[in-house]
Write a protein that binds this ligand. Structure first.
Ligand code: NI
Length: 389
């Protein structure tokens, strides 16, 4: 692994910084302490700092040479509403909040790269270091784009990175095309006519109607989505009734859908509405569907993916770069930045981890060993993408 020597020297400081952020996790749009640390560090490195984008977002701008070319590198700042179950010294001091997705590490890696690039300036153009709030479900990436991120800080491409537990340290994964899925949520209210459980013929049972809907929703992926494409429809809540002998008036179903292609995302919504409304009617009931588009798929552009793969192969060796990694059905709000600009989102191996636990687990921790690896990747990407003439 060709980690940059100067970045390796910073390892101790990056570990300290990462653990400090880990110990003080902040959730969506409340990352005041974290964004304060980021802004003060960037200023100390001699980087121009812009605060307050999407409330707690920070952008650092670093110029070198005379080129008008520019790229953006993005890290996420926020933690999750999880009670941490780790016992190590840097465990969360904030009750009910935890860096269980490694955004503490993402922030530290980008700061490490920012420091190195500010010291060396071995590139020609502009780098915008984008520290975004509220990645976890609240759409901080979308908020930044809507507040004019790319009008204020024009870039030709934007890049993101996420740690991946289970992938060995020193390994990377990426692919051109969809890398993460879309994520939408739905609520279906099935309205019947309640009554005595012993006299079902006098009412309309929404529990039976809703059960039929839950079953039939699974035919969207098995019968409507092209078998070579992918989709998920998961009903995760089924709420109705309070006692044994009363048929309730209504049942509320909630859940989520996932897809890699916008056309499939459209199909999931259309069929979900048709099935819920049609089946409710067939049972003499009525369904009201509320469907909310949350995140589009995260789609890497071919040119930028090739660029990142080359940088990674030069750094880690081709045997450690999986160029056609399986996409993941989770969602990522970096998708909004990739809708606005070409770019590439990669996975960096976080190693097996404590007990092999995955992201969003109460025992998860970011692996400090990879801090200089990720920071070196960011630095080399800039030196390669904005190479001096
Ligand atoms: Ni995450």
């Amino acid at each position: 692994m060709a980690v940059i020597e100067r970045v390796r020297e910073m390892h101790g400081e990056l570990v300290e910084l990462r653990r400090d952020i880990h110990a003080h996790p902040e959730t969506a749009f409340e990352e005041r302490r974290t964004s304060d640390i980021v802004a003060r560090k960037l200023e100390a490195f001699g980087i121009e700092v812009h605060r307050g984008l999407a409330k707690t977002g920070v952008v650092g701008t670093l110029r070198s040479g005379g080129s008008t070319r520019a790229i953006g590198l993005r890290a996420d700042l926020d933690a999750l509403p999880i009670q941490e179950l780790n016992a190590f010294a840097h465990r969360s001091r904030n009750d009910g909040r935890m860096h269980a997705c490694g955004h503490d590490g993402h922030t530290a890696m980008l700061l490490g790269a920012a420091r190195y690039l500010a010291e060396t300036r071995n590139f020609d153009g502009t780098v915008n270091f984008i520290f975004q709030p509220a990645e976890e479900g609240e759409g901080g990436g979308r908020a930044m784009v809507e507040e004019g991120l790319f009008e204020r800080f024009p870039v030709e491409a934007v890049f993101g990175m996420h740690n991946w537990p289970g992938m060995p340290v020193g390994r990377f994964g990426l692919r051109a095309g969809p890398m993460m899925a879309s994520s939408d949520v739905f609520e279906i209210t099935v309205r019947g006519r309640g009554g005595h459980a012993a006299l079902p013929h006098d009412g309309v049972d929404p529990i039976v109607a809703a059960s039929a809907i839950v079953q039939a929703l699974q035919t969207i992926v098995s019968r409507n989505v092209n078998p070579v494409d992918a989709g998920v429809v998961s009903v995760t809540q089924f709420n109705g009734g309070r006692t044994w002998n009363v048929i309730p008036d209504e049942v509320v179903l909630r859940g989520t859908t996932r897809a890699f292609r916008p056309a499939t995302q459209d199909l999931l919504e259309t069929r979900l509405r048709e099935i819920a409304e049609g089946l409710a009617r067939a049972h003499g009931a009525e369904a009201r569907v509320h469907y909310e588009r949350r995140y589009p798929p995260t789609v890497n552009s071919a040119r930028e993916t090739e660029l990142c793969a080359r940088v990674l192969e030069a750094m880690a060796g081709p045997e450690n770069v999986e160029r056609d990694i399986d996409p993941v059905m989770g969602a990522e709000d970096f998708a909004f930045m990739l809708q606005a600009k070409p770019g590439c989102y990669i996975f960096i191996g976080n190693g097996p981890g404590e007990g092999g636990c995955m992201l969003h687990n109460a025992h998860y921790d970011f692996n400090d060993e990879i801090l200089p690896i990720g920071a070196s990747y960011w630095a080399r990407l800039v030196e390669y993408a904005l190479a001096k003439p």
